[in-house]
Ligand binder design. Structure first.
Ligand code: F6P
Length: 401
């Protein structure tokens, strides 16, 4: 009789730790007597043409600390199940039927789909169709509901923190203002954590509305204390004071965020006549080896995904609910952005240290008793209505001066 089989694929934007999940799935499957196959280029490898490779402990050895994914990945391919962040798009029935056939022909008992919210929305439609899936939450943005951490986030903030450490010394040497633009889509987790860890002075995130006056005030107040340089960390999805995010590109209704760092740097220089430089960290945040935290998390996710298949708990997404690895229905995790709570203890601690979020709370104390929830969850769809291109943002600022 043919051995039982488990499938795995990596989908969407890559991040450090994908290979650690693959290795976790392969080694656990092997221990439990399952064969393992990895589909190539995300969901694309599941159908027309079917592309996969057999995975064994031997051919996956040494990948634990490697960035990227040995299986390749596809962002927004034929299977895309959402537009923007949350609008559902039905996957073509012929595609679903094709995947079902592939799964049956290879005798796959469970397909481990590693991805962010867009990719997990695809897994959810597979589940509704009857294809046996398990989700594993991946993204540097850390914006998925139902899990305290996605793997990839810790590696991204290490990269951004490292960048701030480097910018710190050059900013101090020249007495300059340095603006660091980090990724994160519509959540400010990377900016917040890297900003705290890297000694940022101003942190601008999508969750906290801010003004130019408050940003400039912080820079001037540092100068009055003899500090001639300032580090500003801005999340790519932060909204300009006019309520618009900045997009480098517009594809249909989908805004490709990027460019706000440039706008912020130009405006500070214009208002304060201080030398200001911008650094856009970009895809450096997604490359390189995973941190130890991400290796451990990704490994546990891989092992737990196999456990769920063995126990027949299909349609679930593994999640980290400290101190345990658990699971929730995939549907609970997708289509809801997990954003930073402006009243969270991390934000309060940052304020207590004098970090500015570009807003004036008017509170005498940075500590409030308003800690409502540990996270803020939002249904958030950013389309062309709420994003403007970098050129448009610069033009709008110029005309408002
Ligand atoms: O979701 C991960 C992420 O890196 C975001 O932080 C960023 O906005 C986006 O992907 C970039 O996507 P792409 O790889 O298509 O440039």
């Amino acid at each position: 009789m043919a051995k039982k089989c488990i499938g795995v694929l990596t989908s969407g934007g890559d991040c450090p730790g994908l290979n650690a999940v693959i290795r976790g799935v392969v080694k656990t499957s092997n221990q439990l007597g399952y064969d393992c196959v990895g589909f190539l280029q995300g969901y694309e490898g599941l159908h027309d043409p079917v592309r996969y490779k057999t995975l064994t402990p031997k051919n996956t050895t040494g990948i634990l600390n490697q960035g990227g994914t040995i299986l390749g990945s596809t962002n927004k391919g034929r299977f895309a199940a959402t537009v923007g962040v949350s609008d559902r798009v039905e996957i073509e029935p012929e595609l679903l039927a094709g995947v079902q056939t592939t799964v049956e022909q290879l005798g796959i008992e469970g397909l481990v789909c590693v991805g962010g919210d867009g990719s997990l929305a695809i897994a959810q439609q597979f589940h509704e169709y009857g294809i046996p899936v398990i989700g594993v939450p991946k993204t540097i943005d850390n914006d998925l509901s139902a899990t305290a951490f996605t793997f990839g986030f810790d590696s991204a903030i290490e990269c951004a923190t490292n960048a701030l450490d480097r910018l710190h010394t050059t900013a101090a040497s020249h007495g300059r203002i340095m603006v660091l633009e980090v990724m994160g889509r519509h959540a400010g987790w990377i900016a917040l954590h890297a900003g705290i860890a890297g000694g940022g002075d101003v942190i601008l995130i999508p969750e906290i509305p801010w003004t130019w006056e408050n940003v400039c005030h912080k820079i001037l107040s540092r100068e009055s204390q003899g500090k001639q340089f300032t580090l500003v960390v801005v999340a790519e999805g932060a909204m300009l004071p006019g309520g618009y995010s900045v997009a480098s590109e517009q594809t249909g209704a989908q805004a490709h965020l990027g460019g706000i760092g440039q706008v912020v740097a130009e405006e500070i220089e214009h208002r304060l006549h201080r030398e200001t430089r911008v650094c856009v960290l970009g895809h450096l945040q997604r490359g390189g080896a995973p941190t130890t935290f991400d290796r451990v998390l990704a490994t546990q996710y891989g092992a737990h995904a196999v456990r769920l298949i063995v126990e027949g708990k299909l349609g679930e997404m593994v999640c980290y609910q400290p101190p345990d690895i658990n699971s929730v229905p995939i549907t609970e995790a997708v289509n809801q952005l997990r954003q930073v709570d402006p009243d969270s203890s991390a934000v309060q601690a940052a304020r207590a240290l004098g970090i500015s979020f570009g807003n004036n709370t008017g509170d005498a104390s940075p500590f409030t008793s308003r800690v409502k929830s540990r996270v803020q969850v939002a249904n958030h769809d950013v389309t062309s209505d709420t994003a403007m291109t970098l050129d448009a943002a610069e033009a709008a600022l110029a005309s408002s001066l």
